[in-house]
Design a protein around this ligand. Structure first.
Ligand code: NAD
Length: 545
């Protein structure tokens, strides 16, 4: 591909967000999804590694199950051994030599095709895999596995085009150019269970910019990750550009993080894991060919703070949707709320009434608002928080957990009198929201508490009708959230509209799906060409008077 057949900076179609389908009764998308769900439930793929375009079966096999029906095996998958990881690193290096010489438009065309396949023929498969494997409802699967991933691929292409178009000044007689090279080493993309779209984005964003990656998906999201990998191959991604290496996190990381060719880490997951990876890189810093780019989006303890002027119906709805959609397993999920005494009884009663209406169960039953939490570990962790809430605070609604057939936790509202109670500070990652009721006169003090309660700074929301209060919240909470919402729930960021990422312990805030993120995957080379170079070292100022 080094001799390109076309000249010019070719522009793809203008970008718009993928429209979200309703899946309402009678809609064609609902029928197609139900058909695919029924078929997929009978399948149990044996998922291999994909290294340099070749499927590898290691024989070290794990099982994936449905969170809402944990006796049901959705897939079996082969786990990478150290030698497989070494082979993947080699394949990434070999692919990079050719891939990095491709025109950006040709790399982009693959992702645009992937987006188009996902919007059409692959739509029911990706949604069904996310429902069965990660227990998302049809709507949550649509906004994640379909729309968000399509948006990542299309929006990244648009931003990449803009980045390549940005060039330095030149003056007469010479030409300055910026060459945005893909990273020389491979990128280690480590993805979480809770967003299929993040799984698809983290390995492909560096690839779009001319690099290659080793992708380690979460075992608990293996089904959707496997279909994402197959979709990318169907879209024409060349062998070795993205290497699919599921496995034991420590086995894979040990081999990857100490390799001299590590060019970067693209991580989303918990703060603890991210910090341990950063430490390993720090300890090995003298051994790398380049300084690895470290990008990580991690945990949160996301807040909603209400002013006495808040619209209580809107506030209560935001608490319910923001805290309980996808069982509270969004990094952006609301999990601590601050409400003034004057409006609390109204807000509390509305939230409790809505919780009573929420159906929890198998996501194949479209009447359910919530499915199950991801696995037994999560179920046990959240159950322990519920027990703590019952012992040390007041459970106003929910509080139950039932794990016999699926990992079900009731949507739960807890009230505490202590703003530093652990349920107000620690990330729970489940459908549990804790409220602290403050004196109306203590609005300013409360904003300070919101700002200082947790080490995280991912998302947050203020509800108020008085403009002055909104202004005060903006100022007091400027560093408390990377994504800040005014009169809206703190979840549901749309790619290209609300670039997503948090500060403080929540991550490096490189905003997935934005130019800021893509810039981390290039290494700029500046080229100066002089058309008629000087042939005399002497300058005029050196002449005799
Ligand atoms: P996790 O940290 O357990 O796992 C994330 C990934 O890291 C998985 O692929 C896992 O296998 C891998 N991993 C685990 N231990 C590892 C190790 N020692 N070395 C290398 N890799 C390792 O997180 P999770 O449970 O999958 O996801 C939930 C977390 O992700 C929450 O904390 C949530 O807030 C965060 N999250 C953040 C964002 C964001 O944009 N800020 C988005 C989604 C999820």
């Amino acid at each position: 591909m080094s001799s390109a057949p076309f000249d010019g900076n070719r522009r793809p179609a203008a970008i718009t967000n993928e429209p979200i389908r309703s899946y309402a009764p009678g809609s064609p998308e609902r029928a197609a999804l139900k058909t695919r769900l029924a078929a997929m439930e009978k399948e149990c793929p044996e998922i291999p590694l994909v290294i340099g375009g070749k499927e590898i079966r290691t024989g070290d096999i794990a099982k994936a199950t449905s969170p809402h029906k944990h006796g049901h095996v959705t897939a079996t998958w082969h786990k990478a051994r150290t030698q497989d990881v070494q082979a993947a690193i080699k394949a990434a290096g070999e692919a990079q030599r050719d891939w990095s010489t491709w025109r950006w438009e040709d790399r982009a065309a693959i992702l645009l095709k992937a987006a188009e396949l996902l919007a059409t023929t692959w739509r029911p498969t990706m949604a069904a895999a996310t429902m069965l494997g990660q227990s998302k409802t049809a709507f949550q699967a649509e906004i994640d596995a379909t729309c968000e991933l399509i948006d990542f691929w299309r929006v990244n292409v648009a931003f990449a085009g803009e980045l390549y178009a940005e060039q330095p000044l030149s003056s007469q007689g010479m030409w300055n150019q910026t060459d945005l090279r893909g990273l020389e080493g491979f990128v280690y993309a480590v993805t979480p269970f809770n967003f299929t779209a993040i799984g698809g984005n983290l390995p492909t964003a560096p690839a779009l910019m001319g690099g290659t990656s080793i992708w380690k998906p979460a075992g608990s999201a293996i089904l959707s990750a496997w279909y994402t990998m197959q979709l990318l191959m169907e879209a024409g991604l060349p062998p070795g550009v993205v290497n699919f290496v599921p496995g034991n996190a420590v086995t894979v990381s040990d081999a990857v993080l100490t390799h001299p060719n590590l060019g970067g880490i693209h991580f989303t997951g918990s703060t603890e894991v991210f910090q341990s990876m950063w430490k390993t890189v720090g300890n090995n810093i003298a051994g790398y060919k380049s300084y690895p780019r470290i990008v990580g989006e991690t945990g949160g303890k996301d807040f909603i703070v209400a002013h006495a002027s808040a619209d209580t119906a809107a506030l209560a709805t935001a608490i319910v949707r923001g805290s309980f959609e996808y069982q509270g397993q969004k990094c952006s999920a609301a999990s601590r709320v601050y409400v003034p005494k004057s409006i609390w009884p109204d807000v509390r009663d509305r939230v409790v009434a809505m919780i009573k209406e929420i159906r929890v169960g198998d996501v194949k039953d479209f009447r359910n608002f919530m499915g199950a939490v991801i696995d037994k570990k999560a179920f046990d962790r959240i159950s322990a928080y519920l027990a703590d809430g019952k012992a040390n605070a007041k459970v106003l609604a929910g509080g139950g957990a039932k794990g016999d057939t699926g990992w079900f936790i009731e949507p739960t509202l807890i009230q505490t009198d202590d703003p530093s109670y652990r349920l107000m500070c620690e990330e729970i990652f489940g459908p549990v929201v804790t409220a602290y009721v403050y004196d109306d006169a203590k609005w300013h003090e409360t904003l300070k508490i919101v700002d200082s309660t947790s080490p995280y700074a991912l998302t947050g929301a203020v509800f108020a009708r008085e403009r002055k209060a909104i202004h005060e919240a903006h100022a007091a909470l400027r560093n408390a959230a990377g994504n800040f919402y005014v009169n809206d729930k703190p979840t549901g960021a749309v790619v290209g509209q609300q670039p997503f990422g948090g500060a403080r312990a929540s991550g490096t805030n490189d905003k997935a799906g934005s130019k800021l993120n893509l810039l981390r995957w290039v290494n700029a080379r500046t080229v100066k060409e002089t058309f008629v170079p000087a042939t005399e070292h002497h300058y005029p100022f050196m002449d005799a008077e």
